[in-house]
Design a protein around this ligand. Structure first.
Ligand SMILES: *[C@@H]1O[C@H](CO)[C@@H](O)[C@H](O)[C@H]1NC(C)=O
Ligand SMILES: *[C@@H]1O[C@H](CO)[C@@H](O)[C@H](O)[C@H]1NC(C)=O
Ligand SMILES: *[C@@H]1O[C@H](CO)[C@@H](O)[C@H](O)[C@H]1NC(C)=O
Ligand SMILES: *[C@@H]1O[C@H](CO)[C@@H](O)[C@H](O)[C@H]1NC(C)=O
Length: 166
């Protein structure tokens, strides 16, 4: 019975994970601060549609602005796309598969507070007929993943049925 429960819980957790996405803490323990290499940090993380970025920072000094690529490169904090700054523990939803660029105003961009990430489509995702053909590989894997969970679920349910019969 415990084995059955474990399997069902694992399957449920897997479903939940792919539906909700992860909250990714920018800079890990360093948060959003000066002298952190966010190029290196981003290279060690993967970002998927549905994930959230979680910026933790001292709002007395720093901000989080979404900007375009050229503003990111040039540390231009004028005419930004979106000001994410609220209370210093701020989340931002990654809703599209595309590059995103962020920086802090106040000149701190020059001290490393700039972040570029590339957001990818979720690898486990329900099939979407409107997707372009080159994404098909990802969705095939997604189908297999869902199929696997379904089979696991059915198998464990059947097992539970037999165990109750004993
Ligand atoms: C940050 O790390 C990247 C990759 O390791 C490196 O190329 C770059 O020079 C570093 N930037 C700074 C400002 O140290
Ligand atoms: C990026 O944003 C800046 C500031 O709004 C603007 O001057 C520039 O033309 C934009 N660049 C692109 C490629 O959209
Ligand atoms: C962004 O929003 C914060 C908090 O509302 C505000 O303090 C800050 O001045 C804004 N930054 C810019 C560049 O507009
Ligand atoms: C971000 O996504 C969550 C759940 O997906 C949603 O509840 C929330 O309203 C979204 N926030 C914004 C600012 O879009």
């Amino acid at each position: 019975m415990m084995g059955y429960l474990t399997i069902v819980l694992a399957a449920a957790a897997a479903m939940l994970t792919c539906a909700v996405g992860d909250r990714i803490r920018v800079g890990d323990k360093d948060g959003w601060a000066q002298n952190v290499n966010y190029t290196e940090w981003a290279a060690n993380h993967r970002f998927y549609v549905g994930d959230w970025l979680y910026f933790i920072f001292d709002k007395r000094y720093y901000t989080v602005l979404e900007v375009n690529k050229s503003s990111y490169i040039n540390c231009n904090d004028k005419d930004f796309i979106y000001n994410i700054t609220r209370g210093g523990r701020d989340v931002y939803n990654l809703t599209e598969a595309r590059p995103y660029y962020f920086l802090s105003s106040g000149g701190y961009c020059w001290h490393g507070m700039k972040l570029a990430i590339n957001v990818e489509q979720q690898p486990i995702h329900p099939p979407n007929p409107s997707q372009s053909p080159h994404k098909n590989g990802a969705f095939t894997r997604g189908n297999n993943g869902n199929m696997f969970i379904t089979v696991l679920f059915l198998t464990s349910t059947i097992w539970a049925f037999f165990l109750r019969m004993l």
